[in-house]
Ligand binder design. Structure first.
Ligand code: ATP
Ligand code: MG
Length: 1006
């Protein structure tokens, strides 16, 4: 909480510079930054502007939890953070339905790009996603590695320096989900393609390709792995970087390209171009005897022709000759050595620069809003992110620095305008008289640069277009003629003695809002012209590489009108950018780098002071502090400070404004110290606020006591209340118990409800888990019927679930068991044991049945087989047999012989005993006396066998279970009897009167 950290201000400084007492002191400003930096507090506000110091180390403040912390929280309630700015901007867009932009500035290496990535990530993570655009967040994030590979390079000041300016719009739908994006790019530093300063590198993509591309790819591109072999990569003498892995980044970039939607063919075409730039660099020239220039490296031309998809001879010709049109006639003139070299470099730059623009367009297509309903733009809000080069002052400043600083001059102008505008608006809505702010208006410098006809850019263009001999020096002279006497423009000639000593004759000096910069005029004309020979353009137009034929348009060659000069192009794009930004509500992130060594923990005061100055931070602060240091909504102010005044403590019930009024009167604020607006209090000096804060600190022990006693009282009251309620409850319960047998009435309703409720609750926990579990809690009288319903429903439910799970195999088994139970349940002693066992498909293995038997049976397949003992009808002699069941008959087999066939249709019945023996009798027809009689058999699996037989023969109802004895037919009308008794073990013996006596073992359960 910001207010609470007011107390920690001595250790970590203030987290909003507006609270600096001495806001005009640069030293105090820097001291505050330094103190916070020492505590890893890299973010500080100037009002709503975020100042960020590059920590040069990973801080643990960017996690998902941190994002959550900042979500939807009021800006000042929590420590300053890039997420606070992101969130605040997002919410302003949502609630005020106004487009927003976040302008990130700072010098190279200060952390602008990192900041913009953090903002994007915050949105990607925290915003709702639009289902059919779920991948947009991905594509937005993935556009970064691609743009960085092609547009970033290692410089002395930053290992990953953006060499182009970038403005990115993120579009959100009415629900706040990101649905589209658009990127504008500014002024790519093309000169880097052909030249790098010592210790610097070309754009990352070249090294990534050489390091990460696989052998096949390099072979198709005719490339070798070593960057040292390429002239365009050795200028800076720095092929590798310790801080980044080109190989890994290559993979990242290739992945990103596919996420964004580049086809394999497009990637190939793109890489052809990248490779061709390297081959161009290795294209060398020689000088002939008559001064003519020729190409000494023909293989390069062959490679180039292939990669660029152009005619090799035409390319060679165009690299060494120039086509001129003079008086309507075309002339070809040879180039000298130097001209050829610069024509080649110009081609490399043009090819790379235009390809970069194509890349941005392509990314834009991928990010574009696809949905028709958004095309109207209605319901869609935008947050723009500007990551653009900060003010730049180098040892030698050239055309590029001129453009960059001009851009910053424009941004400063915008900042002043918008900040003053919003200050003024706030004063107006709050009904406070506007107090004029003294500030430096840099319009005069902007005009100096951009004014039509008189400005530096106009003069530069004029000089480029002027016929006759022009050179950089004539440009300088022209500047002196036109601008001499301007308060912000000086040259060696115009300067006084003191300045003269520190300026060279080839420089002009501009007094920017941020400070003085000397620009060396060498190269201004060339860079502004940015010329590519016409015949080179012609060759490129004919390329069959689609990217190149898109980049080099035929119209360009035919059209005689000169394209706009570089500076003018830049000016126009800036004007457009300003329009875009003006239409939005801005937030600012100002990045500072703490040292030049890219090291953590080092705070170089001189360096920081320099940036504080060039970023115009003191000016920021002055504008912001012009009126009041501190402003808060009434409720927030009252809430915090109400203990300081008896009238407002503990609660103020009147109008907020009156409460604040009473409070400040009591505190003795003087009239000039504060103003009350409509909804906010404005406090002019931080001192006033700090005094109040200290008073609050002193008051805290008192408040603690008040809160403590209040808390204790409340706890005691709460305890008493609980007791009272408990007693009442017990009383009702007892009464209910007494009346429990009465009809439902007020006396017993609580009790009865409770009984029912607890029955149901208990039931829920103790439901039977299986169909076999017959337990069921006993219901109270009032629920007997319901309980019975529930039990049935539950049972049905379990059964249903069970059936659904049953496999076909198991189902068959179950059906047999059901039949077995119909026949035997509660009838035969061995049933409980027999039914528990698995019924097998057959008790005989295939090989146990003689082959002959199977052949004899032929088409009647054996469905089930089992070993049985047959007892002769007479004498009951036991004989081992097999009983085989087919679909229509059973057959008794003695090894190879079929002894007896029993057609199912002829089966009259089956008898078994009620005991645990395996004896069974098959009753056969006995109408005539030729029949041999019934079959007396014994089987160890009698339950299984009889069940199967009964099922196959459809004789389930023909099974008799006889308790004492079974009568059976013998030959010639005689009758035999089997008697059954219980004994200790199974015995089959001859009994009295010629009966067969079977002793069946007792079974424990019987
Ligand atoms: N918040 C941060 N936390 C950790 N490291 C950071 C942070 N911001 C910047 N850095 C480090 O500083 C380096 C430079 O940052 P960045 O590339 O964002 O600078 P820049 O302002 O975009 O510079 P340029 O103008 O050259 O593009 C990063 O590569 C990273 O190592
Ligand atoms: Mg950058």
């Amino acid at each position: 909480v910001m207010e609470s950290s007011l107390t920690a201000r001595d250790r970590v400084g203030v987290q909003d510079f507006v609270l600096l007492e001495n806001y005009n002191s640069e030293a105090a400003f820097i001291e505050n930054l330094r103190r916070r930096f020492g505590e890893n507090l890299i973010y500080t506000y100037i009002g709503s502007v975020l100042v960020s110091v590059n920590p040069y180390k990973e801080l643990e403040i960017y996690s998902k939890q941190q994002m959550e912390r900042y979500r939807g929280v009021s800006f000042y309630e929590i420590s300053p953070h890039i997420y606070a700015v992101s969130d605040n901007t997002y919410r302003a867009m949502r609630t005020e339905r106004k487009d927003q932009c976040i302008l990130i500035s700072g010098e190279s290496g200060a952390g602008k790009t990192e900041a913009s990535k953090k903002i994007l990530l915050y949105y990607a993570v925290t915003c709702p996603t639009n289902d059919h655009m779920a991948t947009l967040g991905d594509r937005l994030l993935q556009s970064n590695p691609v743009l960085e590979a092609f547009g970033n390079a290692k410089t002395l000041r930053n290992d990953n320096s953006s060499r182009f300016g970038k403005y990115m719009d993120v579009q959100f739908d009415f629900r706040g989900a990101p649905v589209g994006g658009h990127i504008l790019n500014y002024l790519l530093e093309k000169s880097r393609v052909v030249h790098q300063n010592h210790g610097e590198r070309n754009f990352h993509i070249f090294y990534q390709l050489l390091d990460g591309g696989d052998n096949d790819l390099l072979t198709t591109l005719d490339l070798e792995r070593k960057p040292q072999n390429y002239h365009y990569l050795v200028k800076g003498n720095c092929p590798r970087l310790s801080s980044v892995s080109d190989k890994n980044n290559w993979k990242v970039v290739m992945k990103a390209l596919s996420v964004i939607g580049f086809t394999e063919e497009e990637v190939q075409k793109l890489l052809n171009i990248i490779a061709s730039v390297l081959h161009l660099g290795n294209t060398q020239f020689g000088e002939g005897e008559e001064g003519e220039t020729y190409i000494t490296t023909e293989t390069q031309i062959t490679n180039l022709a292939k990669l660029l998809g152009v005619d090799g001879a035409a390319l060679g010709e165009a690299l060494t000759h120039k086509k001129l049109t003079a008086k309507g006639e075309e002339m070809i003139s040879p180039l000298d050595f130097e001209q050829a070299v610069s024509a080649r470099d110009a081609l490399a730059k043009a090819v790379y620069g235009r390809t970069f623009t194509w890349l941005v367009e392509k990314i834009n297509q991928s990010l574009a809003l696809k949905d028709e309903i958004y095309h109207s733009g209605k319901g869609c809000s935008v947050i723009g992110l500007l990551d653009i080069y900060g003010f730049e002052v180098l040892q030698h400043n050239s055309f590029e620095q001129f453009c960059i600083n001009y851009c910053n001059e424009k941004l400063q102008q915008l900042f002043i305008e918008l900040t003053l505008r919003s200050e003024q608006e706030e004063y107006e809505t709050e009904g406070i008289a506007w107090e004029t702010v003294q500030y430096f208006d840099n319009k005069i410098i902007c005009d100096l640069i951009e004014e039509k006809h008189k400005g530096i850019i106009s003069i530069l263009d004029e000089e480029c277009l002027r016929p006759g001999e022009t050179c950089d020096v004539s440009f300088l002279e022209k500047l002196e003629d036109t601008l001499g006497g301007h308060p912000h423009f000086v040259t060696h000639k115009l300067a006084n003695g003191k300045t003269r000593r520190v300026m060279s004759r080839e420089e002009f000096r501009l007094l920017h809002y941020a400070g003085e910069v000397n620009y060396n005029i060498n190269g201004f004309l060339d860079k502004n012209n940015d010329l590519l020979n016409r015949n080179l353009k012609e060759v490129m137009c004919q390329s069959d590489n689609q990217i190149l034929s898109h980049c080099f348009r035929r119209e360009e060659v035919i059209d005689q009108k000169r394209p706009e000069m570089a500076a003018t192009q830049f000016k126009n794009s800036l004007t457009k950018l300003m329009e875009i930004l003006m239409s939005k509500e801005p937030s600012y992130v100002r990045c500072i780098k703490p040292n030049d060594a890219k090291q953590p923990g080092r705070f170089d005061e001189v360096l920081v002071r320099h940036q504080v100055k060039y970023l115009g931070l003191m000016e920021n602060l002055r504008v912001r502090r012009a009126g009041f240091a501190y402003r808060r909504r009434f409720e927030a102010f009252l809430q915090r400070y109400k203990p300081l005044c008896p009238e407002t403590w503990p609660n103020w019930h009147g109008r907020l404004a009156d409460g604040v009024s009473a409070l400040v009167n009591h505190l003795g604020y003087k009239a000039e110290e504060y103003k009350l607006g409509r909804s906010k209090i404005f406090i002019r000096f931080p001192k006033t606020l700090f005094t109040t804060e200290d008073a609050l600190e002193a008051k805290k022990p008192d408040i603690v006591i008040v809160i403590q006693s209040g808390w204790r009282g409340m706890k005691a009251r709460r305890r008493a209340k609980t007791r009272r309620q408990a007693a009442e409850l017990i009383r009702r319960f007892i009464k209910g118990f007494i009346y429990r047998h009465e009809e439902y009435c007020p006396e017993n309703e609580y009790f009865l409800d409770h009984v029912r409720y607890s029955f149901l609750k208990n039931l829920r926990k103790n439901l039977p888990k299986s169909v076999l579990d017959k337990n069921w809690p006993t219901p109270p009288p009032s629920l007997i019927e319901a309980s019975e319903h529930l039990r049935r429903v539950h049972m049905r439910n379990m059964v249903m679930k069970y059936c659904r799970r049953v496999q076909p195999e198991w189902k068959k088994q179950m059906m047999q068991k059901v039949v077995a139970s119909e026949i035997f349940k509660d009838q035969k002693d061995s049933y409980p044991q027999g039914v528990g066992r698995l019924f097998l498909d057959s008790r005989l293995e295939r090989e146990q049945i003689n082959l002959k038997v199977i052949q004899t049976l032929a088409n009647d397949k054996v469905q089930y087989g089992v070993s049985v003992v047959k007892h002769d009808r007479r004498g009951f002699k036991p004989r081992s047999r097999q009983l085989l069941l087919t679909n229509t008959f059973a057959v008794l087999v003695d090894r190879t012989k079929l002894k007896q066939r029993i057609d199912y249709t002829a089966l009259r019945g089956i008898s078994v005993s009620s005991l645990s023996d395996g004896m069974f009798v098959l009753h056969l027809p006995n109408e005539d006396n030729k029949q041999k009689g019934d079959l007396v058999l014994h089987c160890n699996h009698v339950i299984e066998l009889v069940t199967k037989l009964a099922m196959m023969a459809s004789k389930v109802n023909y099974v008799n279970i006889s308790p004492g004895s079974i009568r059976f037919a013998m030959a010639r009308g005689k009758e035999g009897i089997i008697d059954f008794v219980r004994g200790s073990e199974l015995k089959v013996t001859k009994g009295k009167r010629g009966h067969l006596l079977v002793t069946a073992p007792r079974i424990n359960s019987t």
